[in-house]
Design a protein around this ligand. Sequence first.
Ligand code: AP5
Ligand code: MG
Length: 227
Amino acid sequence: MIAASHTLNMVLIGPPGSGKSTIAEALIAERGLTLISTGQRLRAEISARSRIGRTVERAMQRGDLAPDSLMDRVLRAALDQLDVQQGVLLDGYPRTLRQATGLIGLLADHGRTLTIALALDVADDEVVRRLSGRRICEGAGEQFPVHVDDLASMLRCQECGGRAVQRDDDQPEVVRQRLSVYHGQTSPVIQYYDEQRLLCHVDGRGTPAEVARRALAELPVALERAA
Ligand code: AP5
Ligand code: MG
């Protein structure tokens, strides 16, 4: 029996290009969660030329992490906006042990506890394949993902007269650095959640729909445990 009272608060961890944001879309649609993507928020700050944006721009261009203290502020501000009944999905936070331990207090300050940490498992060579071909169509209306190997997405982009742009940090040397940062600084977070008994590994291979199905299948048990 799943208690309705526990608000679902989840984190999604995985290497760059493992499909976090793709799977996040399916999870928030299915479970009515609010998405907090720290990468997306930082890119918006950079576009707005805000103080935060100017502080993190160089690190992001290099493929390094933004400072923990700044990320705590970004996350706190995002949580401040939400009703406590509203479940959240954190895409790309935490990425360091310091963020992971800090998250406990941040959530508690907002009347929340973490329900589950999903780790998307994808091998480095697949990540490089996905990111080297990734483009984002900025032509008309809503942005959508394009991959140079996916003819249908390339044609859709052409039809809307769009520009398929590459993320600055998808350049090969930056992808290598992001991967190295992931293995050095973020992998310990997976071990940490394993010790906290909050971790579920999800095989990130296969179609996005298959991966989303696997991720969704992990939620009932986690909710039951949290109730
Ligand atoms: P962020 O924007 O979070 O980037 P990332 O974690 O490096 O990962 P991506 O967003 O590139 O990949 P993804 O896992 O979301 O995969 P996606 O679904 O797009 O962060 C950017 C930067 O911000 C960081 O490097 C750091 O500098 C900073 N930052 C952010 N959070 C921070 C924090 N907490 N602390 C400090 N700094 C922080 O998929 C990738 C591609 O693969 C797409 O083309 C997609 O269509 C395709 N794809 C997805 N799933 C599949 C599938 N199953 N099969 C085939 N293709 C697939
Ligand atoms: Mg993403």
